[in-house]
Each structure stands twice: as C-alpha cells, then as structure tokens.
Design a protein around this ligand. Sequence first.
Ligand code: ZN
Length: 133
Amino acid sequence: MKERNGISKVHLRNDVVMIILLLVLAGAGALYLFAFRGSGDTVNVTVDGELYGVYALSEPRVEEIRTGEDGSRLNRLVIRDGKAYVESASCPDGICAAHRPVFRRGESIVCLPHRVVITVVTEQRADSPDIVA
Ligand SMILES: [Zn+2]
C-alpha cells in the first residue's frame, strides 16, 4: 500500500510537469501569435454598411467623418504613428472616442449611434503572404 502510494505520486508529478510544460508551450505560442500578428496597413471606414473611405495607416491625417442627413454627426478619425483612433465624436455614448488606437489587422472601432465602423485591414500584396486569410 505504501509503495503504491509512492508510485502514484511519481506518476502524478510527471503528469503535473507534463501539464505545466503544455501550458507553457501554449502560452508561448499565444504570445508569439499576439506579438507578431500582422499589423494592418489600411483602415476601411464604413457608414451604415457602405464604404465611406479607405486610408493608409502610414499617412498621418485627420478625417472628419460626417454622417446623418445634415452631416451633423461627426466622428473625427485621426491616423498617427501608424495607428487610427477617434479623437472626438458627437455621439451620445462616446464609446468610439474612448476606444484605444487600433492598428492590428481585424481590429475595429465601432460607433453604434452613427453606424460608423473603422476596421484595420491589410491590402493584399504579393510580398506579404497572409496565412490568416
Ligand atoms: Zn461614437
């Protein structure tokens, strides 16, 4: 009985080591993917599902996205340092303006009240294989 306990403890320890090893590997893999996940190079802006504009992240600019029937709804899009963010907006919730800058492919800033969606994309280029597709 005493011996069996000893054996099972050794087995248990091996299992724990195995699990920790797997977790570390999985964590490293996730970190690697996160750190080297492709940055996008372009932002698509859509308003109510319609394409409003396409802007390069490499070119700093300020774009006033005016929507609504009289253009009174404003989202001021700023592109700076390769990142895009909403500097200010006239929407009631202000969620879009509070959003952190986006620059990774697939990230987006959404202004629900104004139906504005700003999404980071990568223009298809022959020299940048896109395995995520
Ligand atoms: Zn908003």
